[in-house]
Design a protein around this ligand. Structure first.
Ligand SMILES: *Cc1c(COP(=O)(O)O)cnc(C)c1O
Length: 379
C-alpha cells in the first residue's frame, strides 16, 4: 500500500477533512443570503482574532498579492520606504517597491539572523519613511523577527506605516495588530490557516486606513482598499467575484482555530517546533536560524556531512513526506520543513519517522531511533 503523502513544505500546509469538505461544496451565488452571512461573520471573527480596530480584507489571491496590496495602499511614487529583510521574502519587497517608483532603503541580516530593533531605530532617524516592511518569519531562513519590539519603536515615528508580512506566521506565531503597533498585517490561506492556496488576508489599522484616504485615487484597481471596504462591510455588494468555496474553507479554519483556542494554538506551535528541532539536532542536522530567533512555523534544516539534498528529498517523497529545498545560496545545503497550521501530533511523529527511514536508506551512520526518542521526550 502506498504511503499517504504528507505535505510538509512551508505552504501549502496539510488540509484537514472538515476544511476540504467546505472546498468541495456545491458553489452558490455570491449574493446568496447564507453565503453573505458567512462571509460577514468571517470578517468579524478575523478582526477580533487579530485585534484590529480597522478593516480586514479577504480577497482572492496569494501572499505576494497581499504584499502588493499592503504597499500600494499606503505609499505613492517618490516616497521613501524602509525594507527590513531577513531573507528571500524580505528581498521580494525590494523589486516590488522599486517597480512602483518608491525610494528603497534596505536593512538586511545574514541568513538565519534578524535585523536588530536598534539598527532599525537608527535607520528610522535618518529620514522620513512613508512605510517600513518587516517579514515576521522569513520562509527562506526560518528566522523570526521581533515584531513586537519593533512595534514599540515605530510608535515614535507617526509618519511611518508599519507593514508586517505574516505569510509564514499568522495563525501560528503570536500577532495582535493594534496591541503590537502594527498598521498592516497580511497572510495567505495556504500557510498557518491550513486552507488550500487561493486567498489573501490583510488587516489594516486606523493609521493605514487614513493614509489610504489621503492618497486619493491610486493606480491599482483590484487591490485598492477603497474598492473592497464596502464589500467587506456588506458582502452582498459586488466588486469582484469572491472565491466562494475558499471563503467557506477559511471560515471553517477559523472555527477550528477557535475550537483549539488561538493561545493554545500558538503554544502548540512553540512546543511542536522545539520538539522537532531537538529531534533533528539529535540526528545530526543543524537549524539555520540562530537560537533565540527561531520561528515556530517551519525549520530550515542544514544537512550533516555526506547527505545529498536531491537524493534525500527524493527518498523522503517516496517514503511519504514532501519537504522543500533551500533557496538562493542555501539551495542544496538545507531542506525546509513546514510545521505550521493544522498539524496533529500523529503527523509530527510520522515526519520524524520518515526522516529516519530516509537516513537509513541513504546508509547514514547514526543511532537508530534517536530522533523519535528525542521527539517523544520533548513533545
Ligand atoms: C509564501 C510567502 C510569501 C508569498 O506568498 P504566495 O502565496 O506564494 O504568493 C510571502 N512572504 C512569506 C513570508 C511567505 O512565506
Amino acid at each position: 500500500m502506498k504511503n499517504k503523502k504528507l505535505v510538509m513544505i512551508p505552504g501549502p500546509t496539510p488540509t484537514i477533512r472538515s476544511i476540504n469538505d467546505q472546498m468541495g461544496r456545491e458553489t452558490v451565488a455570491f449574493g446568496d443570503p447564507e453565503f453573505v452571512k458567512d462571509y460577514k461573520e468571517l470578517i468579524i471573527d478575523l478582526k477580533e482574532m487579530f485585534k484590529v480596530d480597522g478593516e480586514c480584507f479577504v480577497v482572492a489571491g496569494t501572499g505576494t498579492m497581499a504584499m502588493e496590496m499592503a504597499i500600494s495602499n499606503v505609499t505613492k511614487r517618490g516616497d521613501n520606504v524602509l525594507i527590513v529583510s531577513n531573507g528571500f521574502f524580505g528581498d521580494r519587497f525590494i523589486d516590488l517597491c522599486e517597480r512602483k517608483g518608491l525610494n528603497v532603503d534596505v536593512l538586511s541580516a545574514p541568513w538565519g539572523e534578524v535585523v536588530s530593533p536598534e539598527t532599525i531605530e537608527s535607520k528610522l532617524k535618518e529620514k522620513n519613511y512613508a512605510a517600513m516592511t518587516v517579514t515576521h518569519v522569513d520562509t527562506s531562513t526560518g528566522a523570526c523577527a521581533p515584531i513586537e519590539e519593533i512595534g514599540k519603536i515605530i510608535k515614535n515615528y507617526p509618519d511611518t506605516i508599519y507593514i508586517v508580512d505574516g505569510v509564514a506566521a499568522t495563525a501560528g506565531e503570536r500577532e495582535y495588530v493594534d496591541d503590537m503597533g502594527i498598521d498592516i498585517l497580511f497572510t495567505a490561506s495556504q500557510k498557518a490557516f491550513g486552507v488550500a492556496p487561493g486567498l489573501a488576508l490583510l488587516w489594516a489599522g486606523q493609521k493605514a486606513l487614513s493614509r489610504r484616504k489621503s492618497l486619493g485615487t491610486i493606480p491599482e484597481f483590484y487591490i485598492d482598499f477603497e474598492k473592497w471596504i464596502p464589500i467587506m462591510n456588506d458582502p452582498s455588494k459586488y466588486f469582484a467575484t469572491p472565491a466562494v468555496n475558499m471563503v467557506w474553507a477559511l471560515k471553517e479554519s477559523v472555527r477550528v482555530i477557535n475550537e483549539e483556542g488561538i493561545e493554545a494554538r500558538y503554544d502548540r506551535h512553540i512546543r511542536v517546533s522545539k520538539a522537532i528541532q531537538s529531534a533533528l539536532e539529535s540526528l545530526g542536522f543543524k537549524i539555520l536560524a540562530k537560537e533565540g530567533n527561531r520561528g515556530t512555523t517551519l525549520s530550515n534544516v542544514l544537512y550533516p556531512e555526506g547527505i545529498n539534498d536531491a537524493e534525500f528529498r527524493k527518498i523522503m517523497a517516496e517514503e511519504g513526506a514532501m519537504v522543500a529545498g533551500g533557496l538562493a545560496a542555501y539551495a542544496g545545503k538545507l531542506f525546509r520543513l513546514g510545521h505550521m497550521g493544522n498539524i496533529d501530533d500523529h503527523t509530527v511523529y510520522s515526519v520524524i519517522a520518515v526522516i529516519e527511514r530516509t537516513l537509513i536508506k541513504l546508509g547514514y551512520k547514526y543511532e537508530k531511533g534517536i530522533g523519535l526518542k528525542t521527539l517523544l521526550e520533548n513533545m
